[in-house]
Design a protein around this ligand. Structure first.
Ligand code: IMP
Ligand code: MG
Length: 175
């Protein structure tokens, strides 16, 4: 079986959307600081581009959770494999995700990190597949709503590959 990538969202569109999100965040938090939580590994590319476009002071921290293996369907099990380095107390926390699918990962993280006393906690995702939602999550900053297709690129992987594509693509399997 061979894999082919069809472009869903070209690089320029992704970049201008991230710029727009950066502007909104900068306006919403004018005069304050934001603490971006990057959910490894998928959100790395997004968080770097986003952070560069935020004009209020930014701090960054990283955590790793996993709910997918080499499969294209969520297992529903969220495993915490790397915790944050810094406390969240008194901070304007923004959890930055690559994509929301079932919503299980984010709703788990909101519960977990909400217990650490942040001043505010908001969610930001580059992509959202609303039709796949199992658990309700309140996302303030969404880049693109996309249909139920398995996407790669801009940090998103299929079996750890394709993260480095500078656009969002759909993976298609051919015999
Ligand atoms: P959720 O817990 O079902 O919302 O899953 C979220 C996680 O599943 C994301 O952070 C991704 O790592 C992964 N994921 C969901 N959909 C896709 C996709 O289309 N391509 C690549 N990874 C995906
Ligand atoms: Mg992810």
């Amino acid at each position: 079986m061979t894999e082919k990538i069809r472009v869903m969202i070209p690089e320029e569109e992704v970049d201008s959307k991230i710029e727009e999100l950066g502007k909104r965040i900068s306006q919403d938090f004018a005069g304050q600081e934001v603490h971006l939580i990057c959910i490894l590994k998928g959100s790395v590319f997004f968080v770097c581009e986003l952070a560069k476009r935020i004009t209020v002071p930014v701090t960054l921290d990283f955590m790793q959770v996993s709910s997918y293996g080499a499969e294209t369907k969520s297992s529903g099990v969220v495993k915490l494999s790397k915790d944050l380095d810094e406390p969240l107390s008194g901070k304007n926390v923004i959890i930055v995700e690559d994509i929301i699918d079932s919503g299980r990962t984010l709703s788990h993280l909101v519960r977990l990190l909400g217990q650490r006393n942040p001043k505010t906690m908001t969610l930001c995702t580059l992509l959202d597949k609303p039709s796949r939602r199992v658990t309700e999550v309140d996302v303030k900053y969404t880049g693109f709503q996309i249909p139920d297709e398995f996407v790669v690129g801009y940090g998103l992987d299929y079996d750890q590959r394709y993260r480095n594509l500078p656009y969002i693509g759909v993976i298609e399997f051919e015999n």
